[in-house]
Design a protein around this ligand. Structure first.
Ligand code: PLP
Length: 485
């Protein structure tokens, strides 16, 4: 098909797409073929810029608004790390460039980044080795469970079950099921931690391992974690650490030191790399001694002459888990982030994340029912149960916040708390920003007393108000704004 550039009727220049005249035509059903020339709209550059700028402003983003989504660590994206990722020496690399050929050292710097990032993340988690390949947290979980399965297979262990607390993120049971295990769910106790007696009751020789998020989505660090690890290890089970909430403990507590054998991290949550819109993410997986030989290939080695090579020679490896080396530009941002902050900076990050969550918890607990009345970690968890008695549910409060230009916190998760509102401010928000949020939440509570009905029309400032979310997910209409056929 040719693109014809010609004078349009108005005399201004415009594009016209002609009726198709190429042989492919034969393969396309007649009803799909254009019968008349399609004239593309003629608009000025300024109109195009305004159109797309206005569209982009309909999106919420961390760069523009407070984004206290719990369980997701929507932290800032430092501009410094974006700059690092844009450096031509990295951005213009091709994954098939030679590792080391004569004087060509094109990819040596990139391999060094992979090598150092692995080292530093091992230091942070107390793991022995790591693969940087997995492309998201959930992908890391699947990788980790495959490593665990390889371990049991190599030992001839007959294992069937993975134990997962009921407060876990949905990807945990999903990953374990995809890897072929049956799930045993263990309830939380009244303090929000895993009920250890209920755990003992389900522990058998057929348990392959336990997946735990620490601190968990309740914002609780389970102080019995070493005892839980002892129990799981007593049946030769593997302790899996879901590191999505590492933002609360980084630099303070290492999963490897409290009994975990395998860890996934979410670089797009804890290490300041972009998050949202479904990726690209990065979910490196670290392992201790027991699982090291099963790690995916390739792995980066440093040689005596300080050059780096990719090593494929691991006969027990589970093989490839992603093409090439993972989301390299995301890993590079995490590397730059760690360089920027240093060890003390990473530690301060966790301290401030916890402090900020507790500030919100303390100020809002007069107005909202707290789920667990104790000091929280990275997020604080409320229930809108009092407001629900007045006819205002968690979803109504979320819609109210949208009209205040604040991204709603996570609502209705974790499933263990009715009308849950889970708030995670992260370390980078100022007291002023958190105060604006807190005042909005207090206003929502007051409004639920004085005028509960107004909530049901909210949001009023958005082009779409209250879509049927289930229907939208099942019957996706991506041409929402286009005329329907
Ligand atoms: C986000 C999250 C995951 C999944 O990570 P993705 O990168 O979104 O695939 C797993 N567990 C917890 C607790 C999470 O918050």
């Amino acid at each position: 098909m040719k693109l014809i550039f010609e004078k349009s009727v108005s005399g201004r220049q415009g594009f016209k797409l002609p009726v198709s005249d190429v042989p492919v035509q034969a393969k396309i059903a007649d009803r799909f073929l254009r019968k008349a020339e399609a004239v593309l709209p003629e608009v000025s550059e300024l109109d195009v810029v305004r159109h797309f700028t206005q569209l982009s402003q309909l999106n919420f983003s961390v760069d523009a608004n407070f984004y206290p989504l719990g369980s997701c660590t929507m932290k800032y994206n430092p501009k410094f790390t974006e700059k690092a990722a844009g450096m031509p020496g990295f951005a213009e690399l091709h994954p098939l460039l030679p590792q080391l050929k004569g004087g060509d050292r094109y990819v040596q710097g990139a391999l060094e980044v992979l090598y150092d990032t692995e080292k530093w993340l091992c230091e942070i988690t107390g793991m022995k080795a790591m693969t940087m390949q997995p492309l998201a947290g959930a992908h890391g979980e699947l990788t980790g469970i495959m490593l665990l399965a390889a371990y049991h297979q190599a030992k001839g262990n007959k294992k069937k079950y993975i134990i997962i607390p009921d407060s876990a993120h949905g990807t945990n049971p999903a990953s374990a099921a995809v890897a072929g295990y049956e799930i045993i769910s263990v309830p939380s106790d009244k303090n929000g931690g895993m009920d250890i007696d209920k755990l003992k009751a389900v522990l058998t020789d057929e348990v392959a391992g336990l997946m735990m998020t620490c601190p968990d989505t309740h914002g609780v660090f389970n102080s019995q974690v070493s005892e839980i690890a002892r129990l799981i290890h007593s049946v030769d089970g593997i302790m899996y650490y879901d590191g999505a909430n590492l933002n609360a403990t980084m630099g303070r507590c290492r999963p490897g030191d409290v009994g975990f054998d395998v860890v996934h991290l979410n670089l797009h949550k804890t290490f300041g790399t972009p998050h949202g819109g479904g990726g690209p993410g990065s979910g490196p997986v670290g392992v201790g001694e027991k699982l090291e030989k099963f790690l995916p290939i390739s792995r980066v080695l440093k040689r005596a002459d300080n050059t780096f090579v990719l090593d494929y020679n691991y006969p027990d490896s589970i093989g490839y888990i992603a093409s090439f080396y993972g989301n390299f530009a995301i890993i590079l941002r995490a590397y730059a982030y760690m360089l920027l902050l240093g060890g003390d900076g990473l530690k301060a990050t966790s301290d401030h994340a916890v402090l900020n969550a507790n500030y919100i918890l303390t100020r809002l607990k007069k107005y909202y029912q707290v789920a667990f009345d104790r000091i929280c970690m990275h997020d604080c968890l409320f229930s809108a149960s009092k407001q629900t008695e007045r006819g205002v549910h968690a979803i109504d409060i979320a819609k109210f916040l949208i009209d205040q230009r604040i991204h709603p916190p996570t609502v209705y998760f974790p499933l263990t708390v009715k009308e849950a509102i889970m708030i995670e401010p992260t370390e980078t928000e100022s007291k002023e920003t958190m105060d604006v949020f807190i005042e909005a939440m207090i206003k929502a509570d007051e409004l639920s007393k004085s005028d509960p009905h107004v909530f049901h029309a909210m949001p009023v400032t958005m082009p779409i108000s209250r879509p049927d979310e289930t229907k939208a997910a099942r019957e996706m209409n991506v041409n929402f704004f286009a005329p329907r056929a």
